[in-house]
Design a protein around this ligand. Structure first.
Ligand SMILES: *Cc1c(COP(=O)(O)O)cnc(C)c1O
Length: 443
């Protein structure tokens, strides 16, 4: 496809560099392609007509890498499992936030993640990963990859770089390290992982001809608040179901990185057939137009909510990067270096245990009780018995996931409504449960 803006810094006759939020409405799309329609239509088609047999031949030569593209020549549309305007334009727009060379969109976050692992890991390789990870990812790593002869080694966000190096040395297959996979901040504790450390690990263990791939799941911070590619990551993965989609109405995923690596990811995607359909692509383009305003409202709300929770007598502890101070040492430094915002995911412990946490969640009037995150509506859930139910007791306690913890994804609602709802739910627990009052007395 011919782009109106053929890439960063190549906007014809406009030396001005537009910001991503300005480009989300138009980048990569020409109204002339669609009868002047200002919005990119849904190209609900499985296949594309070639203007001649010669053109069809040429498109396949490029698609199969049989011939090199000439200067300025772009891959033509062939079949919607390989490419489709709604996917390509969406991918071009997604690259702008993270400063990536290329992006690929998938039918789910899990398909994005598993495709990356399948492409860059081979039997005998070692995968080093942070825990806890998103439940689906951790299951795939721990239950599926070993069946295919891939060695795995977990570390905790609280481990020092020296400790991780020691574990690697003790693993017996340090030399086979092929990928480091992390989620930062960790879900649900918001513990940050130092990407500078991960970069050092990666560089220290890459050998000529075999580079260790650093992959970061950036779902928790979305494309706005943290840009792992700028901190040494090779690939960034997203569940686009979360902030990118942002309306709890679509399941999708994305991978971003350099051209070379993304060509490998896209090739495997073609054969697995797990790309998004045109309708999902269109929905995500629509979502991207409001990504920044949504996320900015969410973080503004989250900051106020975190402070409110911190001073509420029914709340024992709040986990939120925005509450870190110099006294938190390394965590604070990583936060300052790596994140441009504290995000809109807050976890907090109520005094008591499951009973008190459940009472608070059941008492909420506006905030919904559901898993997922990053959407316009605020959601609460109970990691111990819900998203992290698959971890064993020791793992949960080691990560600080207890029965008294509630995870809150802050939406775009009016801040007074959010504070009122949380306040009345927490107050009601205080009032109805004398044992909670007693616990607070003790503390
Ligand atoms: C939701 C989520 C995923 C999985 O994405 P799906 O779109 O549900 O497949 C992966 N990682 C994180 C951090 C998530 O929150």
């Amino acid at each position: 496809m011919k782009d109106k803006f053929v890439g960063k810094n190549r906007i014809p006759m406009h030396p001005h560099q537009f910001q991503p939020e300005s480009l989300m409405m138009s980048y990569g799309y020409h109204p002339e392609w669609s009868e002047g329609a200002i919005k990119c239509p849904i190209f609900q088609t499985s296949t594309f007509v070639f203007s001649s047999a010669e053109q069809g031949k040429r498109y396949f030569e490029l698609a199969y890498g049989l011939k090199e593209a000439e200067e300025g020549e772009v891959q033509g549309l062939i079949y919607s499992r390989l490419n489709n305007p709604d996917l390509e334009i969406l991918e071009n727009r997604l690259t702008l936030w993270d400063g990536a060379e290329e992006a690929a969109v998938f039918e789910s976050g899990m398909s994005a993640i598993t495709t990356v692992m399948l492409e860059f890991l081979r039997p005998g390789d070692l995968l080093l990963y942070s825990t806890p990870l998103y439940g689906g990812t951790q299951h795939f790593i721990e239950e599926v990859l070993p069946e295919w002869g891939i060695n795995i080694l977990a570390f905790s966000p609280s481990d020092s770089l020296e400790r991780i190096e020691e574990c690697l040395a003790g693993s017996g297959n340090r030399d086979q390290l092929a990928m480091i996979y992390v989620e930062t901040p960790a879900n649900p504790t918001n513990t940050l992982i130092d990407l500078e450390w991960m970069k050092r690990l990666k560089e220290g263990h890459s050998v000529h001809g075999k580079e260790v791939i650093l992959t970061v799941d950036n779902t928790y911070m979305g494309p706005l608040w943290q840009h792992p590619l700028k901190h040494g990551a090779d690939l960034v993965v997203y569940s686009a179901t979360k902030y990118i989609g942002g309306h709890s109405d679509v399941i999708a995923g994305a991978v971003l990185g350099s051209k070379n690596r993304m060509q490998r990811v896209k090739k495997l995607r073609t054969f697995l057939g797990n790309m998004t359909g045109p309708w999902t692509g269109w929905l995500l383009m629509r979502s991207l137009e409001t990504l920044k305003v949504r996320m900015e409202q969410q973080v503004a709300n989250a900051i106020q909510v975190a402070h409110f929770l911190q001073q509420h007598p029914a709340v024992e502890r709040v986990y939120y990067p925005g509450l870190l101070t110099e006294h938190d040492g390394h965590q604070y430094q990583v936060y300052k270096r790596q994140c441009s915002s504290p995000g809109a995911m807050i976890s907090f412990d109520v005094y008591g245990g499951e009973e008190e946490a459940f009472a608070v969640m059941n008492q909420l009037k506006m905030i919904h009780l559901a898993v997922s995150l990053g959407s316009t509506e605020s959601l609460v859930q109970h990691p111990y018995t819900m998203t992290h139910a698959g971890l064993n007791e020791t793992e949960k306690l080691q990560e600080g996931i207890t029965e008294k913890m509630i995870r809150l994804s802050v939406g775009v609602e009016n801040i007074n409504d959010l504070l009122w709802d949380l306040g009345q739910a927490l107050d009601s627990v205080l009032a109805s449960q004398p044992q909670t009052a007693a616990l607070i007395e003790e503390a």
